[in-house]
Design a protein around this ligand. Structure first.
Ligand SMILES: Cc1cc2nc3c(=O)[nH]c(=O)nc-3n(C[C@H](O)[C@H](O)[C@H](O)COP(=O)(O)O)c2cc1C
Length: 185
């Protein structure tokens, strides 16, 4: 069974997109599709980027822990909010600080907003940064409009049938990429 890490990118007080991360965790466990962990950037509270991990003389235990979690994951679901038409600094920070850990890593992106467009303006800039760092972005999208009305604080969807129906092809695409990358390893 693959191991999937869900990166929850919002570090904002009162954040809502973390609900989407919790939803995916529940979905994967409920359907017995993967072992799962959430990499919560809010919990790490990383400082603004100073240098890549391999150049730091004494990387913090938190940074080493984060790097290890990314490295060991077979695939990643990246849950990000949209801030002013882009992704938040927290995720750029978390991308730039690693390098080899991202190489050929299948990454499925879920964009989130409190409005009706589901944070989709983030997608091209985030894909570009991940492509530059040699990750493998999965060609499937999971935009979540009105995230605060879509899930409760535990990630339980208001309309489970409708959300599960959208999650299924998104997750299948990620699992396909994970399987493909394992066969080439
Ligand atoms: C600094 C900031 C900028 C934002 N810019 C946008 C935006 O450009 N488009 C949008 O749809 N929502 C925008 N939002 C609203 C977020 O989509 C909303 O907070 C949503 O809940 C996801 O972010 P969260 O996980 O931090 O709560 C912005 C929120 C903040 C805090």
């Amino acid at each position: 069974m693959p191991h999937i890490a869900i990166i929850s990118a919002s570090v904002r007080t009162g954040r809502a997109s973390h609900r989407t991360a919790l939803y995916f965790q529940n979905y994967l466990v409920e359907h017995n599709l993967a072992t799962v962990e959430i990499i919560d950037l809010k919990a790490y509270q990383f400082p603004v980027f100073e240098e890549r991990i391999w150049n730091l003389p004494d990387p913090s235990p938190a940074l080493l822990d984060y790097a290890e979690r990314v490295k060991k994951a077979d695939g990643i679901i990246l849950v990000t909010p949209e801030y002013n038409g882009g992704y938040p600094a927290s995720i750029k920070n978390a991308i730039d600080v690693l390098y080899d850990e991202w190489h050929r890593k299948p990454i499925a992106i879920s964009t989130n907003s409190d409005g009706i467009f589901g944070g989709t303006q983030v997608i091209t800039s985030l894909q570009w940064s991940l492509w530059k760092i040699r990750a493998w972005t999965v060609p499937a999208m999971f935009p979540v409009p009105k995230v605060q009305d879509t899930f409760d604080e535990q990630g339980v969807p208001v309309d489970k049938k409708a959300i599960d129906k959208r999650a299924s092809p998104f997750i299948k695409e990620l699992l396909w990429c994970i399987e493909a990358s394992k066969r080439m390893a």
